[in-house]
Design a protein around this ligand. Structure first.
Ligand code: G4P
Length: 532
């Protein structure tokens, strides 16, 4: 890095927490904010979650939409670093949103409930991180409870996630015999004391992980931990930054978030180990984070609460340069210009977040539909970042309007909801009935509700016979657009166009897909579309 912006880039860390519900994500988020000084009293994040979590009722999710804007990005300063923590939706029916948020981070913190080990949602999210080689830190939570044996946990993580685990700390005992952790790198033991009152710097530390005092004090639990460490030292490779940064090694920490224990180590690891923003690939070229000109990409769109205003907030991850309020920005897709004067405030200690942002930071730009998911913003250069994923829906519904006079409203509403990523909308090339595609059932319910309340359009959402969707393309060497058109004409009864007019084939059975692939060897079928 060379420019004046380099120091600002170097001090940024942008990450998300991935976990299965109930593993402790909310608790840890809150404690990270507390330890960094971003909040003074624990409780605010938790309170918000209570409403979100109290019910799986989508009306609640709906209510949360407005409130959650401020908390969807949390910024804290810790040591010399500016840390951006991006929140991810908890409900798995909205996992598509989570996948897209993961494209905007440079690292992920995986929280595992030590009693449950690796759970399904963690596994799924991890796959997304692995596909992008996102570096992952692991926090094993709830050591104050009756939990799995740490060696078994380590083994499980390695096996399930296909990563080498490198323990940085090791637990002494568990549940009511949880004595604390041995810090294998600092050669000391941090003694556990329950309670939430303690903050940074007040822990009891005993120097030397082989200090005889420890055996006297913690007895069998310590002896067992000492034995386990020997095993781990023989078996596990030493930590290598390159392996971690490539997503092949994960440093592991043990703790108890609710008891404030192990939180500081995680914050330190984020500063010491997690990478600053890296270069980003655009279709035209690779963009360096410390380039002087601003570039950024929209990775999330959130509708505002007030149904009367069709305001939407586009979450933009800064990829390079410096954002200043009121600067002139160009949307690459449409060529339109934008001059964001009002920028949404996220939860932050830093007032200047409003006025300037650097690579790794997130800005929220209110707009009326000028910005879509995947859009690239620049100071004028025609640039399109790649890598924002859309997943082939697994559930389909057809949608009709109850009152034919409202057809226009239906189309407008669905176009906007599609642009937000709330649902995927398909227009069959033959036929007029629109199709909706989703990954989770709740998405349909939210869409029906929002169509009615925001677009005054009561929609009939009915079962559709499809279960499989694949985007279809044809590379030039296979005949390109001509061959693709031949495919579309030959299958027009089951081809539809998505929000960006990408042709998609819709099928009833996976078996049909195989037959189609055999019949059309020059056509490529994709379960994932990256915004282009
Ligand atoms: P999530 O966001 O991943 O869904 O999890 P959350 O932080 O809400 O934690 C889920 C439950 O686990 C909460 O209990 C929380 O207090 C508890 N928890 C978090 N960390 C620890 C820990 O280190 N040890 C123990 N024993 N429990 C922990 P709850 O009963 O659901 O909520 P609450 O009544 O405590 O708020």
């Amino acid at each position: 890095m060379s420019t004046d912006l380099a120091p600002q880039v170097r001090r940024r860390r942008t990450f998300a927490i991935i976990s299965h519900p109930d593993a402790g994500k909310t608790t840890l988020t809150e404690k990270l904010l507390l330890f960094s000084g971003a909040i003074q009293i624990a409780g605010s994040v938790k309170a918000r979650k209570a409403t979100r979590h109290a019910t799986s009722d989508w009306m609640e999710i709906e209510k949360q939409r407005g409130i959650s804007v401020a908390s969807s990005v949390m910024q804290m300063e810790y040591r010399d670093c500016v840390i951006n923590l991006l929140d991810t939706p908890g409900h798995q029916d909205f996992s598509e949103d989570t996948y897209r948020v993961l494209t905007a981070v440079d690292a992920a913190l995986m929280v595992i409930d030590a009693a449950n080990g690796v759970e399904p949602q963690t596994r799924r999210l991890l796959q997304v991180c692995r596909a992008r080689n996102t570096p992952i830190l692991t926090f094993v939570n709830k050591m104050d409870r009756e939990v799995k044996d740490p060696l078994a946990l380590m083994d499980e993580i390695e096996r399930e996630l296909g990563m080498t685990v490198v323990p940085f700390t090791w637990p002494v005992g568990m549940a009511k015999f949880f004595g604390g952790v041995l810090d294998l790198r600092k050669d000391q033991m941090r003694v556990f004391s329950p309670g939430e009152d303690r903050v940074a710097g007040t822990e009891e530390i005993v120097d030397g992980i082989h200090n005889p005092v420890l055996k006297e004090r913690f007895g069998a639990a310590y002896e067992q931990a000492e034995g386990e460490i020997e095993l781990v030292r023989d078996a596990a490779p030493s930590f290598e930054a390159a392996e971690f940064l490539g997503g092949r090694q994960t440093p592991m920490f043990f703790g108890s978030a609710v008891n404030n224990f192990g939180v500081q180590e995680v914050l330190d690891a984020l500063v010491d180990l997690a990478p600053p923003p890296a270069e980003r690939r655009a279709m035209q070229r690779v963009v360096q984070p410390d380039e002087t000109k601003f570039t950024g990409v929209v990775f999330k769109i959130q509708a505002n609460m007030d149904p009367a205003h069709r305001d939407r907030i586009a979450f933009v991850r800064v990829a390079s340069g410096k954002f200043t309020r009121g600067m002139r920005l160009k949307v690459a897709r449409s060529g339109k210009e934008l001059r964001p004067n009002t920028v949404v405030t996220f939860m932050s200690q830093r007032r200047e977040l409003l006025d300037e942002a650097f690579a790794g930071d997130i800005i929220g730009i209110p707009n009326h539909g000028v910005l879509q998911l995947g859009d690239t913003l620049s100071e004028g250069e025609s640039l399109q970042f790649t890598g924002l994923p859309f997943f082939a829906p697994e559930m389909f519904r057809s949608v009709e309007v109850a009152d034919p006079l409202k057809t226009k409203q239906l189309r407008a509403g669905l176009t906007q909801l599609g642009e937000e990523g709330a649902i995927q909308v398909f227009r069959p090339v033959a036929g007029t009935v629109l199709l909706l595609g989703a990954v989770g059932q709740l998405q349909f319910e939210v869409v029906a509700h929002r169509l009615e309340h925001e677009y005054s359009c009561k929609a009939r959402i009915m079962p559709a016979r499809y279960n499989v969707a694949r985007w279809v393309t044809c590379p030039p060497e296979n005949g390109g657009d001509k061959e693709l058109q031949r495919f579309i004409d030959g299958n027009s009864h089951r081809v539809a166009l998505d929000a960006v007019d990408a042709p998609t084939v819709l099928l009833e059975y996976a078996g049909e897909l195989r037959a189609m692939q055999d019949n059309w060897p020059k056509i490529q079928f994709h379960a994932l579309r990256e915004h282009a």
